[in-house]
Design a protein around this ligand. Structure first.
Ligand SMILES: Cc1ncc(COP(=O)(O)O)c(C=O)c1O
Length: 398
C-alpha cells in the first residue's frame, strides 16, 4: 500500500492516456480511462474478433454476467434487477417511454441535465402527462431547506419523482436519500439520475430504495465509454418494453428473466465496454483510489471557495461534503460561455466546461487524484487575463 500511496499527481496522471499538455479539469463530462482499463477493453475486443460466433453467443454472455455481478456488489444492487445500457440517456428513455399515463405529473427540479429534461418532456407530451420543474433557490442553504422547497412542487397529480443524485451544471450532491424516503411514504415512484455517482460517492441502491436508478460507469468508475446501467425494482420490471425490438423480445432462454432479455439482447453489438468493470474495480483497489479521492474532496472545497471569491459570486451551497464531491461549479457572469470555454482551451490549454443553465452560467472543475491545486491557481490567472483583455466575463461589485 505504501508504495502506491506515495505516487504523486504526475505519476497518477501517467496511469491515464490523457494528453499531458492539457490541464484536464473536465473529468465530469466523459470521464477518462486509465491505460490498464483501456487495455482490458482491447483484450475483450481481440477475444471477440478471434472467434466472433463463440464469443457473442457462448462465452461473452457469461463474462457479461460476471461483470454485472461485480457491478451489483459495488453499487449494492441485486444482479437480476440490473441491465447494462450504453448511457444514462438510454436508461431514462426506456422508462419514460413506459411508465407514464395520461394526467400523470412528473415532479423534478429546475437543475436537471438538459437531455433528461428533453426525454421527459417528449414522452410527457406524447402521453398527456406533465413535467414540472420545481425551482430550487441557489445558493442552497441546507438540506432541509432544499427538501422543503422541492416538496412545495408536489400536487395530487404527482406520480413520479425524478431527481439527480449529483447534478451536472451545478455539480452539487442532492439529498436523494431523504427525497426517496419521503416519496415512498407518499406512494410516489422515484427515478434517480445518478450519472455522476458510481465511483464518485458511495452508493448503495438497496438502502436508497429508489424504484429506478441509472448511473454511468464511464465517468467516475473510469471504464471505457458506452458503459452504464439501469436498476429497476422488481415490481416495475414487467412494465418496461424494450426500446429496440429484436430476438430478446421473443426469447426462448428460460435461464434469463424477460427484463434481462428484453433490454439486453437487441441486435449485434460490441459489449466489450461492459466487460471492463472488474478491471476498473481492480484499478481502484490497486491504487487505493477511494483513499486518494478523499483528499480530492478537501481540495475541491478549498480551491472552489477561492474560485467563487475570485469570480465575485457566492458558492452554490454550504461548503461541506453533504453537497460537494469531486466537482465544483461556480457561477460566472458571462454572456458567451462557449467563447470563454474555447479561449481557455485554445490559449491556455485548460479543458473545463463553461455552461449555461437556465439564465445562469457556470464554470465547473473536476478534481481527481492526478489534479493539482496549482491548476486551479492557473485557471484563475487565465481568467483574470481574459477579464482584463476582453469583455467576456465580469466580476460584479460585491
Ligand atoms: C446529471 C447527468 N445526467 C445524465 C447525463 C447523461 O449522460 P449520457 O449523455 O452519457 O447519457 C449526464 C451527462 O453528463 C449528467 O451529467
Amino acid at each position: 500500500m505504501a508504495a502506491n500511496m506515495k505516487k504523486n499527481a504526475k505519476e497518477i496522471r501517467d496511469l491515464f492516456l490523457l494528453d499531458d499538455k492539457i490541464s484536464f479539469l473536465n473529468f465530469g463530462s466523459f470521464g477518462a480511462c486509465p491505460s490498464v482499463i483501456f487495455e482490458d477493453l482491447i483484450k475483450w475486443q481481440r477475444l471477440l474478433e478471434k472467434e466472433p460466433v463463440r464469443f457473442i453467443v457462448e462465452y461473452g454472455p457469461k463474462f457479461l454476467e460476471e461483470s454485472k455481478q461485480a457491478l451489483g456488489t459495488y453499487i449494492g444492487a441485486n444482479v437480476s434487477d440490473l441491465i447494462f445500457v450504453p448511457n444514462p440517456t438510454f436508461a431514462i428513455n426506456i422508462l419514460a417511454k413506459n411508465i407514464l399515463n395520461p394526467g400523470d405529473e412528473v415532479l423534478t427540479t429546475n437543475l436537471e441535465y438538459g437531455a433528461m429534461d428533453y426525454t421527459w418532456e417528449y414522452f410527457c407530451t406524447k402521453t398527456g402527462a406533465s413535467y414540472k420543474r420545481q425551482p430550487i433557490t441557489l445558493p442552497l442553504v441546507s438540506k432541509e431547506k432544499f427538501i422543503e422547497e422541492f416538496w412545495k412542487g408536489v400536487s395530487d397529480k404527482t406520480k413520479i419523482i425524478f431527481i439527480s443524485h449529483i447534478t451536472s451544471s451545478t455539480g452539487l450532491i442532492f439529498p436523494v436519500e431523504e427525497i426517496c424516503a419521503e416519496a415512498k411514504r407518499r406512494g410516489l415512484i422515484t427515478v434517480v439520475d445518478g450519472a455522476h455517482v458510481p465511483g464518485h460517492i458511495p452508493l448503495n441502491i438497496s438502502t436508497l430504495q429508489a424504484d429506478f436508478y441509472t448511473g454511468a460507469c464511464h465517468k467516475w468508475m473510469m471504464t471505457p465509454k458506452g458503459n452504464s446501467f439501469l436498476y429497476v425494482a422488481k415490481s416495475f420490471q414487467p412494465l418496461l418494453e424494450p426500446l429496440v425490438i429484436s430476438w430478446g423480445f421473443k426469447s426462448t432462454n428460460t435461464q434469463a428473466s424477460q427484463f434481462q432479455e428484453y433490454h439486453q439482447y437487441n441486435g449485434t453489438r460490441d459489449f466489450s465496454a461492459y466487460l471492463t468493470i472488474p478491471a476498473a474495480l481492480d484499478f481502484r483497489t490497486e491504487h487505493h483510489w477511494d483513499e486518494l479521492i478523499k483528499s480530492c474532496r478537501g481540495s475541491v472545497i478549498k480551491k472552489g471557495a477561492e474560485l467563487s471569491h475570485f469570480l465575485g459570486t457566492k458558492p452554490l451551497a454550504p461548503l461541506t461534503s453533504d453537497f460537494y464531491g469531486q466537482l465544483y461549479s461556480a457561477k460566472i457572469h458571462t454572456e458567451n460561455p462557449e467563447e470563454l470555454q474555447r479561449i481557455l482551451f485554445t490559449n491556455y490549454s485548460i479543458e473545463i466546461p463553461v455552461m449555461r443553465h437556465g439564465d445562469d452560467c457556470y464554470i465547473r472543475f473536476s478534481f481527481q487524484p492526478f489534479s493539482q491545486e496549482k491548476e486551479i491557481d492557473a485557471l484563475i490567472v487565465a481568467l483574470e487575463e481574459i477579464r482584463q483583455t476582453t469583455d467576456l466575463w465580469f466580476r460584479p461589485t460585491l
